[in-house]
Design a protein around this ligand. Structure first.
Ligand SMILES: Nc1ncnc2c1ncn2[C@@H]1O[C@H](COP(=O)(O)OP(=O)(O)OP(=O)(O)O)[C@@H](O)[C@H]1O
Ligand SMILES: [Mg+2]
Length: 400
């Protein structure tokens, strides 16, 4: 098992500082990022007043239980939702241990702790699949064929991969007609077609072998094309593949084919962000409405579907306005992207538009799209996204 976590360590004693350094060499955390601060629990509180907390905090506490509880309350106030906390303390008391766990602290270890002990604690904390961080799933579909949904998926994924600490997997699920290989100028031997046709064989190692690495932050799963007949895609196979991919990257961007099949609808229903791309014309409006009518109720409390109008002003005379879409669909288009030959030129060169440096305004529009579909942190200033972690809810009443 290899965990991919952001970890903040705040030791007070030199012993814990050394242990945290040693933790970096543990295979379990070979894909994790460990940042080591100082000042123990109080140091962590100070540090995270101005920046978002990572998935796991390891903090060293001083003093008795009363002090520990009040410091944990202050820590909870600066923690983002979902952050797990391991406390290394000096009170060796089983009642205190039970109490802290009941309050929602992930684990309490009595100092001195070794790297192996800490790794075991982290493993048990994150081995529970519901606790493991899951990459954000972002699905792109076109209301009609050829509207540019693949192009926008590629560019958004590329831009997201440039974010700090992000890593992105871009999957082309248009098995027969996908353009991911062309767009990035790669020609893989194995593709997502092989993975989906034998879903029982899929695991993280196999996926890793099939993926094409563009750089440290962007990996691709291209489609096979027409080199053979691919059996129909099963909902379960896609679900399994995407579930595994979400454990392997912070963002998983899926380019869907223009089809309305159970598995395509299912991906759009379960994605964290579902992006529907349309050209500003009557047929696009009709099909956007039909898709939204089906998707919106089935997505329940998830983020609303993001409607993107593409190729604006390509056919000015017959084009509908964004307002027409908003009135008919009761959904405001989130982004409008002009028709621009830069897209075709970029495709011919096997590059993303933003990389070409010639189309600054277009690059800005695409950044807005990436920010819209990407993680919350990209959309809001760091402090605004903060929410009390689950454990504060339990901590508050306990300490009055
Ligand atoms: N804003 C734009 N301006 C100009 N050309 C664009 C724009 N967006 C996409 N294109 C071009 O439109 C063509 C179709 O794009 P793309 O393959 O992304 O569409 P699609 O919706 O994924 O199509 P399909 O239904 O085949 O999956 C490509 O040649 C692409 O370069
Ligand atoms: Mg496409």
């Amino acid at each position: 098992m290899i965990l991919r976590l952001g970890i903040g360590g705040f030791p007070h004693s030199p012993e814990l500082a050394r242990t945290l350094e040693q933790l970096r060499d543990d295979t379990l955390l070979s894909r994790s990022r460990i940042e080591i601060g100082s000042g123990g629990l109080a140091g962590a509180i100070e540090h995270y007043r101005g920046t978002a907390t990572p998935q796991l905090l390891i903090v060293e506490a001083e003093g008795d239980m009363a002090r520990l509880q009040s410091e944990l309350e202050s820590l909870a106030e600066v923690c983002v939702k979902g952050t797990q906390v391991i406390v290394v303390g000096h009170v060796n008391d089983i009642a205190a241990y039970r109490r802290l766990l009941a309050l929602g602290v992930g684990d309490y270890l009595v100092a001195p702790v070794g790297a192996a002990q800490l790794a075991a604690s982290i493993q048990s904390l994150f081995a529970d699949p519901s606790a493991a961080p899951k990459g954000r799933l972002i699905a792109f579909a076109g209301a009609r064929g050829g509207v540019g949904s693949s192009t926008l998926a590629h560019n958004a994924a590329h831009l997201l991969s440039q974010g700090k600490d992000e890593d992105v997997i871009l999957v082309d699920l248009d098995l027969a007609f996908g353009t991911l290989g062309l767009a990035f100028n790669v020609d893989p031997r194995q593709t997502v077609g092989e993975l989906l046709s034998e879903p029982e064989r899929i695991d993280a190692q196999l996926i890793d072998r099939v993926m094409v690495k563009i750089d440290d932050q962007l990996r691709l799963l291209p489609s096979p094309g027409l080199d053979r007949y691919w059996p129909p895609v099963e909902v379960e196979a896609v679900e399994r593949l995407l579930g595994l991919l979400r454990g392997m990257a912070s963002q998983v961007v899926v380019d869907l084919p223009h089809q309305w099949t159970p598995w395509v609808a299912h991906v759009l229903e379960m994605a964290d962000a579902a992006v529907l791309v349309s050209t500003p014309d009557l047929a696009g409006l009709r099909d956007s409405k039909a898709m939204l009518d089906q998707l919106t109720p089935r997505r329940g409390a998830r983020e609303p579907v993001r409607l993107v109008l593409n190729k604006l002003d390509m056919l000015k005379k017959t084009q509908l306005a964004a307002k027409d879409f908003e009135e008919a669909l009761k959904l405001k288009p989130s982004v409008a992207i002009p028709f621009d030959p830069a897209f075709g030129e970029a495709l011919n060169e096997g590059q993303m538009v933003g990389k070409r440096g010639k189309a600054q305004r277009l690059a800005e529009t695409l950044s807005a799209l990436a920010a819209l579909v990407g993680p919350r942190a990209l959309r809001q200033p760091a402090r605004e996204g903060k929410a009390f972690p689950d454990w504060l809810k339990r901590l508050k009443p306990a300490i009055g």
